[in-house]
Ligand binder design. Structure first.
Ligand code: ITT
Length: 206
């Protein structure tokens, strides 16, 4: 009942800001939303600034990014906070997934971050992990809706594959023999944490 009322009050019938500066996310989200929302504008197209992620949960950081985008543009905004949670590392790198790859100048090297993860778990028996996405959909009146998606799998090493982005070369989803980076974009879209969340978003809002 509540969802129906919300949907009626906040129709996504015009512009949606996809409030991320990560072009890998933009590509995946736009591919799934194409034709569902009339006018999709990415973070770089909207000239959004990078937001300092001071939250301690995916939900908090997703909300920070979505609300900043609403304030900058006045438009309904969708942010994605995501990461890789490794069970043997108690969920790390988790919300720090991007920061584990950063050097002191803020440049990202995910091969360095993947080496770091492997170094910490190679002597442990448990290599299970999951990718998680939390979407925050923020409206100009302050209302925020959250949607979560996960995909479970195993950390493998050395990294394999050139597709996707971030930690995809060391993540092998359950039931697969390939890493996500060895899959096509369409194959990733069938199983990924982000695609699950976006598909739920489409069911709910489009
Ligand atoms: P925005 O904040 O602008 O959206 P970001 O890259 O900083 O971009 P996050 O703070 O959510 O995004 O960082 C999440 C990191 O987790 C991201 O940079 C990737 O390295 C990793 N990650 C998230 N989704 C992933 C995916 O589908 N495949 C591989 N790595 C992923």
């Amino acid at each position: 009942m509540i969802d129906i009322a919300i949907k009626k009050d906040y129709a996504l019938d015009d512009t949606l800001i996809v409030a991320t500066l990560n072009e890998g996310k933009v590509k995946e989200i736009n591919q799934l939303l194409k034709g569902r929302v009339p006018n999709i504008i990415s973070g770089s197209e909207a000239n959004l600034d990078d937001v300092e992620e001071t939250g301690v949960t995916f939900h908090e950081n997703a909300a920070l990014k979505a609300v900043a985008a609403v304030k900058a543009t006045g438009e309904i905004s969708l942010a994605d906070d995501s990461g890789l949670a490794v069970e043997a590392l108690n969920g790390d790198p988790g919300i720090y997934s991007a920061r584990w790859a950063e050097d002191e100048n803020g440049n990202r090297d995910f091969y360095k971050a993947m080496d770091l993860i492997w170094d910490k778990i190679k002597d442990k028996d448990d290599h299970k992990a999951y990718f998680i996405t939390v979407l925050a959909l923020a409206f100009p009146d302050g209302h925020i809706d959250y949607i979560e998606g996960r995909v479970y799998g195993t950390i493998v090493y050395p990294p394999r594959g050139d597709n996707g982005f971030g930690y995809d070369p060391i993540f092998q989803p359950d039931g697969e023999t390939r890493t996500i980076a060895e899959m096509t974009t369409d194959e990733k879209q069938n199983i990924s944490h982000r695609s699950k969340a976006i598909k739920e978003f489409i069911n709910k809002w489009c």
